[in-house]
Design a binder for this molecule. Structure first.
Ligand SMILES: C[S@@+](CC[C@H](N)C(=O)[O-])C[C@H]1O[C@@H](n2cnc3c(N)ncnc32)[C@H](O)[C@@H]1O
Length: 315
């Protein structure tokens, strides 16, 4: 009998080692059996059994502790929700901004693709992403066009941001802007134009050269505009700001300045809101003196690369 019970205990013990605690309950069913067992089992086996027994005995205690921990977590969650709920309510009380889409068209002309190195195409890609996201959250979003999309830029978009095919409120064409928008509507924005933009005409389509060239192709957009016989103009930077670097801005900065001007109705405010600090922009008052010094950082840096704070549009 004893031998049989040892056998069954040993096999139950084996099962226990495999994690079956129920079997161990049977094994330790009576004190008499335990005593017999203790005599026949090795010291190591006895220790194991004792450990299992303790584990069984502590089951309720563990259950109780688990319950307490759960209650504590629930309480913490509840407290956090109350705090956040207060904040969320405060946010809800803020007046909703009325979005009024503008009829003005902003075209990014991507016809310079073959003039750029892959790394600059990557920068342009980010600048375009930035234009898209800024327009989506603008108070007066423009009619955004991307024209002549193809080549390296499209490849970059297909590889790094497949979601572009689902972009909303944007017209993306592989055709040249001259085939998409009526010629008389077009105004090429270019820093080399002698014409200075004073007001925005909401019936016009303003074209921005989709180019990151570190000024290697100086004047290229001005030449193109003249060849096509379309209007051109530069932003009125000189009238409102003095900068410690060239007045050639990155695509997204031009785009965002237009959005900011439509929202704030002031070129000066728009420039100061958007221009990166490293441009060292300083406001100009009527007599030509300066009134506001912006922190100067990296004054020799590349005008094509947006500010450090503008991670989305960076290289
Ligand atoms: C990095 S720039 C390209 C510079 C290029 N060498 C060129 O000839 O246009 C990107 C585009 O932003 C626009 N842009 C930059 N600075 C401007 C300014 N001061 N006034 C008007 N447009 C500007 C132009 O459309 C320009 O093609």
């Amino acid at each position: 009998m004893a031998d049989d019970s040892v056998k069954s205990e040993a096999s139950a013990h084996q099962e226990n080692n495999n994690g079956d605690n129920k079997s161990s309950q049977k094994v330790v069913s009576s004190n008499a059996e335990e005593a017999a067992e203790n005599q026949t089992l090795s010291k190591r086996q006895r220790k194991k059994l004792q450990k299992q027994q303790k584990w069984e005995d502590d089951r309720d205690l563990r259950k109780q502790r688990r319950k307490e921990r759960k209650q504590q977590r629930q309480l913490q969650r509840h407290n956090h929700q109350e705090e956040d709920g207060g904040e969320a309510q405060k946010c809800r009380k803020r007046p909703r901004r009325e979005v009024t889409p503008s009829s003005l068209k902003l075209v990014v002309d991507c016809s310079f693709d073959n003039l750029m190195l892959v790394k600059d195409v990557g920068k342009l890609h980010k600048q375009i992403q930035r234009c898209y996201s800024e327009n989506r959250r603008a108070l007066h979003p423009v009619q955004f066009y991307l024209t002549s999309l193809g080549g390296q830029l499209k490849q970059s978009m297909d590889e790094k941001d497949k979601g572009w095919v689902n972009w909303k409120d944007i017209t993306i064409k592989s055709e040249h802007y001259g085939e998409v928008v009526a010629k008389e509507e077009l105004v090429y924005l270019t820093s080399d134009s002698p014409n200075v933009l004073e007001e925005l005409d909401h019936k016009k389509a303003y074209v921005i050269g989709g180019l990151v060239d570190h000024n290697h192709h100086k004047g290229i957009t001005f030449e193109r505009a003249k060849e096509l016989g379309i209007a051109h103009a530069q932003l009125p930077l000189s009238s409102f700001v003095r900068m410690n670097s060239r007045k050639v801005l990155a695509v997204n900065h031009v785009f965002e300045i237009i959005l900011a001007y439509m929202e704030q109705g002031s070129w000066q405010k728009a420039f100061f809101t958007i221009l990166p600090q490293r441009k060292g922009a300083v406001a100009v008052v009527e007599d030509g003196t300066t009134i506001q010094e912006k922190e100067e950082e990296d004054s020799d840096s590349d005008p094509d690369t947006p500010d450090q704070t503008e991670k989305q549009a960076q290289t």
